[in-house]
Write a protein that binds this ligand. Structure first.
Ligand code: SF4
Length: 362
């Protein structure tokens, strides 16, 4: 096992990122082999259990209510609908279901109770369950853990410095606080970010430094490439090149040796050769299914053909950590407290977010 370092500096990370490519790939693949089976890739299915209408202003997100995008919103799915989708995901090779709700934060009440029931239902299908529901309190994290949640996703998105150019409705520290609340339970942490949002290399490095400094480091780290969506403040941004993706994946692998590095949004723009290079560089997880919340994703059959071609196998569930038990609602030790996570409102103006909002009103 490679020793985990929590004290990386931005300069060191940038030096890794800029290593001549063949050398970088070799170093990353070596770290990968020391800590993971290079022929196994974990497959997750992302389900949007509640789409659109989010009050936040994340500049990349088509689900923010303030921007005009073509996203069709929907209310919270039912437990039965989620179970049917999870069974379908399981039969096509997924070991994990990640449920995403476009909420700023979790609110105690019937909707959250339904989410807890979804967690129990999927865990009983012997699949790993992950949720991404926005900010949560410690009590809410405990209740999710008790229902059998395996992982909670809350991305840092980018560096603390550049974060101020992407989101104005909550602060970077609020994200760290939610991750901290998850860490008080036995639920694993999934946290990563997005490249291609106009950030500098320094910001990519800054994000990795922030992730590396978490102790323990996240068990899984999604690396997304921005998918520019019409109507969002980043609609005209250029897509990142495969070379940037490969370098980012390889650098993440070296900085976070034990994490599962996940290829996430932007995979439709990557060729099989490009994806193969990312797997070689240390990516060992993908999202399956034709949609990633709201953006397109490769067809699952295409993914399975690619796996066959490359000799990759989908990882079995609970390969890294034992399956949690699900406690039924009536036996819960935790009562709802009706409290909201505390968050700050930096409230500064981000010009491109304001422009997109004004355009949406026209
Ligand atoms: S990324 Fe999440 S919090 Fe931000 S606008 Fe989209 S749904 Fe809301």
């Amino acid at each position: 096992m490679t020793e985990t370092r929590h004290n990386w500096t931005k300069e060191e990370v940038m030096e890794v990122y800029n290593t001549p490519l063949m050398e970088l790939l070799y170093q990353a693949a070596t770290v990968h082999r020391e800590n993971h089976n290079p022929n196994q890739v974990q497959v997750s299915t992302l389900l949007s259990i509640k789409t659109g209408g989010c009050p936040e202003d994340c500049g990349y997100c088509p689900q923010a209510a303030r921007y005009h995008t073509d996203i069709e919103g929907n209310d919270l799915m039912s437990v039965q609908q989620v179970k049917a989708q999870a069974l379908r995901a399981k039969s096509s090779g997924s070991s994990r279901v990640c449920m995403g709700a476009a909420w700023r934060n979790v609110k105690d009440g019937p909707e959250f109770d339904n989410v807890l029931e979804m967690v129990r239902t999927i865990n009983k299908l012997d699949m790993e369950v992950c949720c991404t529901l926005g900010m949560i309190t410690e009590n809410q994290a405990q209740r999710l853990a008790e229902a059998g949640l395996y992982a909670y996703n809350h991305n840092l998105d980018t560096s603390e410095d550049y974060y101020k150019d992407v989101i104005s409705t909550r602060a970077f520290q609020d994200r760290l606080d939610t991750i901290d609340n998850v860490r008080k339970t036995n639920v694993t942490v999934c946290s990563g970010g997005i490249i291609g949002m106009g950030e500098q290399l320094e910001d990519r490095a800054g994000m990795l430094v922030a992730l590396a400094s978490l102790s323990p480091q996240p068990e899984s780290t999604p690396i997304n490439a921005l998918v520019p969506v019409e109507g969002t403040p980043m609609e005209e941004f250029e897509k990142v090149s495969i070379w940037e993706m490969v370098r980012m994946v390889a650098t993440t692998r070296i900085i976070l040796p034990n994490t599962q590095v996940r290829l996430s949004a932007g995979r439709t723009d990557m060729s099989r050769e490009g994806q193969a290079m990312c797997f070689f560089a240390g990516a060992n997880s993908i999202f399956a299914g034709d949609k990633l919340l709201t953006t397109p994703n490769p067809d699952v059959n295409e993914d399975m053909k690619m796996f066959k071609l490359l000799g990759l196998q989908p990882m079995k569930p609970f390969a890294k950590k034992a399956q949690p038990e699900s406690v039924e609602a009536q036996y819960s030790k935790f009562k709802e407290q009706g409290e909201k996570p505390k968050w700050s409102r930096p409230g500064h103006k981000i010009e491109r977010n304001e422009e997109a909002k004004a355009k949406a009103k026209l």
